[in-house]
Design a protein around this ligand. Structure first.
Ligand code: TXA
Ligand code: MG
Length: 324
C-alpha cells in the first residue's frame, strides 16, 4: 500500500482518508495513533490487521467535542464526569459504558469504551476535520514500543496505512493514563502522565484507592494488560543505581545506557543517554529505545525510578520492556 506523508498544516487532506474509510496515523501529545472512523467497522478491522493486533484488544476512541463524546458513550459514573472536567483535553482515557450504536469491533465486544480527548493542537484540528470519533490504538506494530517521533512512525507504519500526518515529537511520550470504574469507583488500569496523586486530589480519595486489583478469574477489565508490550529489539535490563551494574556481566554486549542525573564513567563503546529529570526521561523513553536499536545496541541498561508520580508510568513501561 502506498502511504502518503502529509504535513501538519494539511489536516483536511488527512481527514479525507478517514472519511473514505482509510487508515491515518496522527500525532497526539502522548504517542502517535493509528486511526480510522469509529463508526466504520470495516475500517476498524483494518486497524487490527495493520498492527497485527489480537482481536480481543479494544481500541481507544478519540473525540474533539462534547457531541462526539456523547455519540460513543452511555451513562457516565459521576467520578468520570469529574475526571473529564479536570483533565480534558489531555492524556487521560476514561473507560465508560459504550453507546449502543458504536460498532462492537471498536470495543472488542466489551460493554465499555475507552475514550480520550487529546490536547495536541494537531490532533484536535485533525479530529475536528474528520467530523467523526476516531478509533486509534498506538501506531506501533503489536508488542513494539509506541512511536513518539515522525521517524519512528515512518519506520513502523510506512506501507501499512493510507496516510501519516507528520508532527512534532510527542510532548508526553508515554501512552495516556487509563481510568476505569469498578462499582462506580475510579481505578487506574494503565498509569500515564496524569498521576494517581493528581487523580486522587480531584476525587477526594487516596492514591492507594485507585489501585486496580484484577479479578482472579474471568475476563480482565482491560484485555490489553495481558499482552507483552513496549519491547525494543535489544534486551532490556533494569537498575536503580549505576553501582549495581556488574561490568563483567555485560561485556559481550554493545550496551546502551539510559539514566537520570549525571553521566557516570563507562567502558568505551557504550551509548549513554542522560536525562535531567524523570519527566524528560519518560518523554524520551521510546525514542531512546528506537535510537539505541538503530545503532546496534544488544543490551539496554535502563534506570528504574521510584514508583510515585510520573515514575509509576515509567516503571510500568520499563518492566514490560524488560519482561519482569
Ligand atoms: O495515549 C494513548 O492512549 C494512545 C494514543 C494514540 O491515544 N493510545 C493507546 O492505545 O495507547 P492502545 O490501543 O495502544 O492502548 C489502549 C489500551 C489497551 O491496553 C486496551 O486493552 C485498553 O486500552 N482498552 C481499550 N478499550 C478498553 C475498554 N473498553 N476496557 C478496558 N480497557 C480498554
Ligand atoms: Mg499500544
Amino acid at each position: 500500500m502506498k502511504t502518503q506523508l502529509i504535513p501538519t498544516e494539511q489536516v483536511k487532506e488527512a481527514a479525507a482518508f478517514i472519511k473514505k474509510g482509510g487508515l491515518v496515523v496522527f500525532p497526539t501529545e502522548t504517542v502517535y495513533g493509528l486511526g480510522a472512523s469509529a463508526f466504520n467497522p470495516v475500517a476498524c478491522a483494518r486497524i487490527y490487521t495493520a498492527k497485527g493486533r489480537p482481536s480481543d484488544n479494544p481500541l481507544i476512541v478519540h473525540v474533539s467535542n462534547e457531541a462526539q463524546f456523547s455519540e460513543v458513550t452511555g451513562l457516565l459514573p459521576p467520578e468520570a464526569v469529574a475526571l473529564k472536567k479536570a483533565f480534558w483535553p489531555g492524556p487521560l482515557s476514561l473507560v465508560v459504558p459504550k453507546n449502543e450504536n458504536l460498532p462492537e469491533i471498536v470495543t472488542a465486544g466489551l460493554p465499555t469504551v475507552a475514550v480520550r480527548w487529546p490536547q495536541s493542537p494537531v490532533a484536535q484540528a485533525f479530529l475536528e476535520s474528520c467530523g467523526v470519533p476516531v478509533a486509534a490504538p498506538s501506531a506501533n506494530v503489536s508488542g513494539a514500543p509506541s512511536p513518539t517521533t515522525f521517524e519512528m512512525v515512518k519506520g513502523a507504519m510506512l506501507g501499512r496505512v493510507d496516510a501519516i500526518l507528520a508532527g512534532e515529537d510527542c510532548a508526553e511520550g508515554l501512552e495516556s493514563t487509563i481510568v476505569g470504574f469498578v462499582e462506580g469507583r475510579a481505578k487506574i488500569l494503565r498509569p500515564g502522565s496524569i498521576t494517581p496523586e493528581q487523580i486522587s486530589a480531584v476525587l477526594g480519595c487516596t492514591p492507594a484507592d485507585l489501585v486496580y486489583q484484577p479479578p482472579t478469574e474471568g475476563r480482565p477489565v482491560s484485555p490489553g494488560l495481558k499482552y507483552t508490550h513496549y519491547k525494543p529489539d535489544a534486551t532490556v535490563k533494569l537498575f536503580r543505581s549505576f553501582s549495581e551494574i556488574k561490568l563483567e556481566e555485560v561485556h559481550d554486549h554493545k550496551v546502551g545506557l539510559l539514566l537520570r542525573g549525571d553521566a557516570p564513567t563507562v567502558p568505551e563503546g557504550w551509548e549513554v543517554l542522560v536525562f535531567d529529570d524523570w519527566k524528560t526521561y519518560g518523554k524520551s523513553l521510546y525514542s531512546s529505545f528506537f535510537d539505541l536499536d538503530r545503532v546496534g545496541c544488544t543490551l539496554i541498561l535502563a534506570q528504574l525510578p521510584e514508583e510515585t508520580g510520573i515514575g509509576l508510568a515509567i516503571a510500568n513501561r520499563l518492566k514490560k520492556a524488560a519482561g519482569v
